[in-house]
Write a protein that binds this ligand. Structure first.
Ligand code: KG4
Ligand code: ZN
Length: 364
């Protein structure tokens, strides 16, 4: 008699209660990193393999979706193989398979999603779709195993800039968000204007290191308002205009000073809003502030946020550098509580490019 996938996965799920260590094979392909990891009990990384596509996209100045999808197809097998081998495991040793199913580039997402489904089906393992931003937030659990909701999290990535109250492992309340460009997007666009190669954020940070952060001023009335939303498009345009004005008049501008001043402005806005948002939250929630997303790798932002939070008596958390930008360990961390609650997904789960956080994995 043959047993269906659903019956096999349900049996594996049922057996989890008796296990001391639950190990999730996690996969991430939402943008330009092909990543796989094994995470134990949602907090311990047994292995984390990341293949970055950055060199493939550099000639185009940004991520080319078609190139990203094709590269994921060739790398997903070796990357998953490496994650299993580094953890000394076979596929059958995993207790579940988790994968990012949105938001992200749809073609890129589909590669990881299809591969994860194939593995889950072949080994009869429970299967879980994970929200990309929930994963970035969960990266904090890997570095700070003692951290538990509720807390406030500033999420700053290439596609997102949000202040979120994390009320439970799968309960999120939006406090503030960007009106236009995400913080990472602003860094990337400003970097391009300064003639820096992709990826802009880390290159702009490196240029800013030798610059004077107080040389130029990028005043922004919207961001000085009392709300928790921010806007970065005007600041980026101010920088572009400053460069253009200098080019026309033949005036020399110090690129390092411009980069440092731009970075200071973004960091000040994010820090001011995030700390004020945390202070506005009642009880335990406002006592803890976490940072997440690719821009959390920015040292000026980490330092400013930590200092301002501490000064207000707020505990500060941020992931170690390797878990700031896209990786799969954070996917395993985010999937763990969902798995323990038995909230697994069907193999019919689709990729959802604009998935809102806190909604069902299929976007419903
Ligand atoms: O989270 P992530 O790896 O991918 C998305 O989900 O978007 O974030 C990538 C973004 C890019 O915009 C990149 O320029 C930015 O994070 N980023 C940085 C730094 N490292 C990455 N921005 C500023 N400073 C950095 N050190
Ligand atoms: Zn990301």
């Amino acid at each position: 008699m043959t047993t269906t996938y659903d019956a096999r996965a349900a049996a594996r799920l049922g057996a989890l209660g008796t296990k001391r260590n639950v190990r999730i094979l996690a996969i991430e392909t939402s943008c330009d990193e092909t990543a796989a990891a094994i995470v134990q009990n949602g907090r311990t990384v047994l292995s984390s393999a990341v293949h970055t596509q950055i060199p493939l996209h550099v000639p185009y100045g940004g991520v080319v979706p078609e190139i990203a999808s094709r590269s994921h197809v060739t790398k997903i097998g070796p990357v998953v193989g490496k994650a299993l081998a580094d953890a000394g495991m076979m596929l059958a040793d995993a207790d579940a398979v988790a994968v990012t199913n949105g938001p992200g580039l749809v073609g890129a997402l589909l590669v990881g999603l299809s591969y994860a489904k194939g593995l889950a089906y072949a080994a009869g393992l429970p299967f879980l779709g994970v929200h990309h931003i929930a994963s970035h937030i969960a990266a904090n659990y890997l570095t700070h195993p003692e951290l538990r909701p509720p807390f406030v999290c500033l999420v700053v990535s290439g596609g997102h800039s949000e202040i979120i109250a994390v009320e439970g492992y799968d309960r999120y309340r939006l406090i503030g968000s960007t009106r236009d460009d995400a913080a990472g997007e602003a860094f990337d666009k400003a970097a391009r204007a300064l003639g820096l190669p992709y990826p802009g954020g880390p290159n702009l940070e490196a240029l800013a290191e030798g610059g004077d952060p107080n040389r130029y001023s990028f005043h922004s009335a919207f961001n000085e308002g009392a709300g928790f939303d921010f806007s970065f498009s005007g600041i980026k345009t101010a920088l572009v205009n400053r460069l253009e004005q200098a080019r026309r008049s033949g005036e020399a501008v110090d690129r390092a000073d411009l980069a440092a001043s731009f970075q200071r402005t973004i960091v000040e806005i994010l820090t001011e809003k995030a700390v004020r948002a945390a202070r506005s939250q009642p009880g335990e929630t406002g006592g803890k502030l976490a940072l997440a997303g690719g821009v959390s790798a920015n040292k000026a932002l980490r330092a400013a946020l930590e200092q301002r939070a501490r000064a207000q008596g707020i505990a500060f958390y941020c992931p170690e550098f390797r878990y700031c930008t896209d990786n799969a360990a954070m996917v395993g961390a985010a999937a763990y509580e969902k798995l323990c609650a038995g909230r697994v997904d069907a193999l019919s789960l689709n990729a959802v490019p604009y998935l809102a956080i806190g909604t069902a994995p299929d976007g419903a």
